[in-house]
Design a protein. Structure first.
Length: 172
């Protein structure tokens, strides 16, 4: 098997990243969010938003992809922690998704590790995860993240799906 590499995402990667994101949501959030919402997710619409964000971004949000033999298998995004609209001194992992067909093969771990390495100058990395997403919570806990007690309401089509915040101290 060829090695897994992590690199910054480019505009040409947007369609595949959107496929991974939509498949990831449909896989990870089945039973946690309304199925009608998950079924309504559009790869094309997501890719168009992603291209716009990437083209207009100020560089503060970094998107990474993990690939093997030229095939993108996962995506992660990180940047400054947002407390509302205010950026803090901490880093935030905004997303990490592996194509569901490649779960358990180190894709998510490689993306998380690369994100942590690139954020080493920050005091902490924070992330939000659905409270009921036990698999994701185990993944983050195995990487040294701990729930810090903060919770945030999140609503999808009128259904509450609360999030909990996780934190990990970095070398800073």
């Amino acid at each position: 098997m060829s090695p897994l590499t992590v690199r910054e995402m480019g505009l040409a990667d947007c369609e595949r990243v959107s496929e991974i994101r939509v498949r990831g949501w449909r896989h990870a959030y089945r039973g946690l969010m309304p199925q009608s919402y998950l079924d309504g997710l559009s790869v094309a619409a997501d890719a168009e938003k992603r291209r716009t964000w990437l083209a207009q971004g100020d560089g503060s949000v970094v998107n990474l992809v993990a690939e093997r033999a030229g095939e993108i298998l996962g995506w992660a995004a990180y940047g400054p922690y947002r407390d509302g609209e205010v950026r803090t001194a901490d880093a935030e992992l905004y997303a990490v998704y592996a194509d569901p067909a490649h779960l358990g093969r180190g894709v998510g771990r490689a993306l998380l590790s690369a994100s942590l390495e690139r954020c080493a100058a920050f005091p902490r990395m924070l992330l939000w995860v659905l409270k009921e997403n036990a698999a994701a919570r185990r993944f983050y806990e195995s990487a040294g993240f701990r729930a810090d007690g903060a919770e945030e309401p999140f609503d999808v089509d009128g259904v509450p799906v609360p999030e909990v915040r996780y934190a990990k101290a970095l070398s800073g």
